[in-house]
Design a protein around this ligand. Structure first.
Ligand SMILES: Cc1ncc(COP(=O)(O)O)c(C=O)c1O
Length: 307
């Protein structure tokens, strides 16, 4: 049976020093979720914790979930399964292919099934899970990306992680959050954790028509939360996983100046959107923001192969 896992990894809070922040008089500290573990990295672990608890309570033996061939979510899930000793199954988008991520998934013992593109598109249909639950009756299903209310609830403790470490950033308080949003689950967790106290800015890694706003709304409603202190900002640069020279140049310069590694799909786009917002005066002088480094660095390997 899936064990009760009480792993509370440490994510340091580190000040970010750049010339554009200095010029604007804005202070940023990075919550380094990329540093919580060499394998189980980023926001993914936090999005999984409540799903794992639910699976344990239900007496499940493991988890079954979905993702693409470079999925950070499946990577963290497979690594957690190996580390903590539970079974994992991954339902993958598209046709069988080998990427650095899928090779890791297999190495970590995850059982893979390739659904094709049409089969994967059916994942939101009502009967989608029935055949998989018949095949794997002892596995607990987790939605794509570890989303939904359980995913958001798992991210709420990020707020206390930051509050406990404000001194490390030389701060006594902060004004808000800035992070990449894919489904908006992590952002919803921060909105819940703040309870209306501070603004949460989500830099969209996906285009506007991906329905992030309604997904965040659904989570907040399910949680009975009346606060709506968040704002979604277009940071996708023309589409999910769309990468251009300006972005790659920004990432390179930023890494050289700060030593904080970024990948182009989420964290690179999010930090670049923050720079644009700061330079446009959207974030006023004297403001202090926490930038959440949501990890995803394993996905860079697949990107380098594609580019
Ligand atoms: C590295 C990284 N950052 C951010 C996100 C977005 O998180 P969320 O789906 O909770 O908005 C994801 C996954 O979607 C991710 O892999």
């Amino acid at each position: 049976m899936l064990p009760l896992i009480d792993w509370r990894p440490h994510a340091p809070l580190q000040r970010l020093h750049t010339d554009w922040l200095e010029r604007a008089g804005v202070e940023v500290a990075v919550l380094r979720l990329d540093l919580i573990d060499p394998l189980i990295s980023g926001n993914k672990w936090f999005k999984l914790t409540e799903h794992l608890l639910a699976a344990h309570t239900a007496g499940a033996h493991g988890l079954i979930s979905l993702g693409g061939a470079h999925s950070n979510h499946l990577h963290a899930l497979a690594a957690a399964g190996k580390r903590f000793g539970f079974a994992t199954v991954g339902l993958l988008r598209g046709h069988p292919q080998q990427t650095p991520t899928t090779l890791d998934l297999e190495r970590y013992g995850m059982q893979l099934h390739w659904l094709g593109f049409g089969g994967y598109r059916a994942r939101h249909e009502p009967g989608f899970w029935a055949p998989w639950q018949a095949l794997y009756p002892l596995l607990h299903p987790v939605p794509e990306g570890g989303g939904g209310l359980p995913g958001a609830l798992g991210c709420m403790p990020l707020v206390s992680k930051v509050r406990e470490q404000l001194m490390d950033a030389g701060w006594d308080d902060y004004d808000g959050w800035w992070l990449a949003a894919g489904t908006g689950t992590t952002l919803a967790g921060l909105v819940l954790g703040e309870g209306g106290a501070r603004q949460v800015y989500g830099a969209l890694a996906v285009p506007d028509d991906h329905g992030v706003a309604p997904q965040v709304e659904a989570i907040l409603q399910a949680a009975g939360c009346l606060e709506r202190n968040f704002e979604l900002i277009d940071a996708s640069r023309g589409g999910f996983a769309r990468v251009d020279e300006t972005l790659l140049g920004f990432i390179q310069d930023s890494e050289a100046a700060t030593g904080v590694p970024l990948e182009p799909l989420y964290t690179g786009k999010a930090l670049m959107a923050l720079r644009q917002a700061v330079e446009a005066g959207l974030i006023g002088r004297g403001k202090r923001l926490v930038f959440v480094h949501t990890g995803g660095l394993q996905g860079r390997r697949g990107f380098a192969v594609q580019a």
